[in-house]
Design a protein around this ligand. Structure first.
Ligand code: DGT
Ligand code: CA
Ligand code: CA
Length: 598
């Protein structure tokens, strides 16, 4: 935002107290700042350029005066005719003189509170704010923070990775919130639900909000309980042992902070309105707004209590009923982001989303480091117990240089071990792979003579995360061109709350993967969740297969796969677009084809 608007924040929005110089009228500068702010807000709205310029010009005139205009007005004197300040603007100045602000300014600020916050970020003027809105739909600090952390801003004309980073920091600093990985929060919420469910009289206890929509990061937990009105479930909730602070409480709602700093919002509603309430509290806000607009178009009113025609309730018991009454099929929570799901629903074109049960194997897993001699077999058993039919063992290439002798012998040993396990165990097949490092120049750190013995090769960036975009892109493209390259692991290398995504030309990487026929990973480790949903969708749109993996290091890690599937669902992916939904035989065909064997 302009320096004016930054100062305006100090002078008008949060006036500093100056006990020795009480001003009974606003200074020229104060009025000028309000006019500049109006001009900027009008500009974001795409208003008439003449109107915008009129406010800027008036501000300039005010700054050039040798006397305080408002003082003159306050004294009841008639001001001289000023350049660029006609009757309308003079009226505004009079309004500001008497009330400290003008209605237009207040109305503009209230009508776009998110944009006002965006304008307050240094370096974001109206043009850029408008650009962010038009290109990426960004209207709030939170959306800015999300888009920046997903590396979506750097591709915009005039932005770049450096600006994106700056915006991310500014947005996160302003939002003042820390979002936690889905897989860390979900079990906590599950335990809370079970605790609530156990209370006599409670019908249902369910997660709503971003958690139900399976967002990669969670701001707070939203829970919805249905129970008859006379049930003391709220008191039961407030007795939950892990609660640190109570923020607010009432008969039907409460907000608390848990010991680990996470906020939980609970709503209790009558079982009769379960569907409408669950729909409302699942969100997203954008989806809710779009649904309400649809209701309005048909002269109906949608709220957390139901869908109404006048005072008659048309639907409220189940989500399906509410959607149906709006002329729509039920929409999966993962799709509820106002990203085209309502139109797709109307046209009968909702995707047949992939489900956790479709996952037949995992192509990226490690031998537990301290697992002892049975580590590999334990991993195989854990995979089988998790419902998988195949599992690729892809230890870091660094293990080849371990102390137990030459590289080839090390690998040969593991291959023999895998063959033995495959002979011994039924219901699970181990595949032979490696997670190789993509060197700074794009070469792989393992010679072809070794890679040739493997079923698949997972390539990963492990160092040099901060290369400039063009160089990082060249590096990845070169690696993917390699004859034995099968899949790019955690392509963006971000770690939630720790490391932003690599700067790269993502579309170029996707197109190269499509040409080469290799696939991109959706890594479901909690802090990775990499690719993001939108990038995943982009890859899919360009014909690139996605491989969802837990990147497991212990058997329990296979429990992360459903969260990866959640991201894939948020990306509108169907079963056929995910490589590891294929049978072992089909997978074998694919792997041989990528290597050029078939
Ligand atoms: P989060 O907590 O930042 O990860 O994201 P959400 O989506 O869980 O957001 P939250 O916790 O603020 O609100 C939970 C749901 O409640 C949200 O997805 C939709 C609904 N909701 C909350 N506030 C509003 C609102 O002002 N308007 C509408 N239409 N829905 C709202
Ligand atoms: Ca929430
Ligand atoms: Ca909430």
């Amino acid at each position: 935002m302009s320096p004016y608007a930054a100062r305006l924040k100090k002078t008008v929005v949060a006036p500093s107290v100056q006990p020795h110089a009480p001003a009974r009228w606003p200074a020229n500068e104060t009025i000028a700042l309000i006019f500049d702010d109006i001009a900027e807000l009008l500009e974001v709205q795409g208003a008439n350029p003449f109107r915008i310029r009129a406010y800027h010009n008036a501000a300039r005139t005010l700054r050039g005066l040798t006397y305080e205009l408002a003082k003159l007005i306050a004294q009841g004197k008639q001001p001289e005719k000023l350049r660029g300040i006609g009757k309308d603007l003079l009226g505004k100045i009079q309004e500001i003189t008497t009330t400290g602000d003008c209605a237009l300014h207040q109305r503009l600020r209230e009508s776009m509170p998110g944009l006002v916050q965006l304008l307050a970020i240094p370096g974001l003027g109206p043009k850029r704010v408008q650009h962010l809105y038009q290109e990426l739909g960004i209207q709030t600090l939170e959306q800015l923070s999300e888009a920046a952390s997903q590396g979506r801003i750097r591709h915009l004309r005039g932005f770049g990775a450096e600006t994106e980073n700056r915006l991310l920091k500014a947005a996160q600093g302003s939002v003042g919130e820390r979002r936690l990985p889905l897989a860390w929060v979900a079990p906590l919420a599950q335990r809370l639900c079970e605790y609530l469910q156990d209370f006599p009289g409670v019908r249902t206890a369910a997660v709503a909000g971003s958690l139900r929509r399976m967002r990669d990061t969670i701001g707070d937990i939203d829970l919805l309980v249905t129970a008859p009105p006379d049930i003391a479930v709220m008191a039961h909730f407030l007795r939950y042992p892990a609660i640190k602070t109570q923020l607010q409480q009432g008969p039907t709602r409460a907000s608390v902070i848990l010991d680990d700093g996470l906020q939980v919002d609970l709503r209790v509603v009558d079982p009769a309105v379960e569907g409408a309430a669950l729909l409302y509290f699942t969100g997203s806000k954008a989806h809710n707004i779009a649904l309400r607009q649809r209701a309005k178009k048909h002269n109906l009113k949608l709220s957390e209590y139901g869908l109404f025609s006048g005072i008659q309730c048309l639907a409220r018991a189940s989500e399906t009923q509410v959607y149906l009454a709006l002329g729509l099929p039920w929409i999966a929570p993962e799709l509820r982001e106002d990203r085209g799901e309502i139109l797709a629903a109307l046209n009968g074109q909702l995707p047949c989303l992939i489900e956790s049960g479709d996952i037949k194997g995992d192509l990226h897993a490690h031998t537990p480091l301290d697992g002892g001699p049975r580590a590999l077999e334990d991993m195989a058993l854990a995979a089988r117990a998790a419902g998988l039919e195949y599992l690729a063992i892809t230890d870091d290439s660094a293990f080849l240089q371990g102390e137990r002798g030459p590289e080839f012998e090390r690998l040969e040993q593991q291959i023999e071990q895998i063959d033995a396990i495959n002979r011994r165990l039924s219901g699970i097949t181990l595949l032979k792979g490696l997670e190789v490092e993509i060197l700074e120049d794009g070469r792989l750190d393992v010679p072809d003579s070794l890679l040739a013995h493997l079923d698949l090769v997972v390539g990963a960036v492990r160092k040099h995360f901060t290369l400039p975009s063009a160089q990082q892109t060249r590096r990845l493209l070169r690696a993917m061109e390699h004859q034995y390259f099968t899949l790019l692991a955690h392509p963006l290398c971000r770690l939630i709350n720790e490391r932003g995504p690599l700067a790269m030309d993502f579309p170029a990487v996707v197109k190269a993967a499509a040409r080469r026929g290799c696939c991109l990973e959706l890594n479901a480790q909690p802090q990775r969740m990499d690719l993001f949903d939108l990038q995943c969708q982009y890859a899919r749109d360009h014909g690139v297969l996605i491989s969802i993996s837990a990147d497991a290091r212990i058997g329990a890690d296979f429990g992360y796969l459903p969260y990866g599937v959640g991201q894939a669902r948020r990306a509108w992916l169907e079963k056929s677009q995910v490589l590891n939904t294929r049978s072992l035989v089909q997978l074998g065909d694919y792997l041989r084809r990528v290597r050029g064997d078939a």
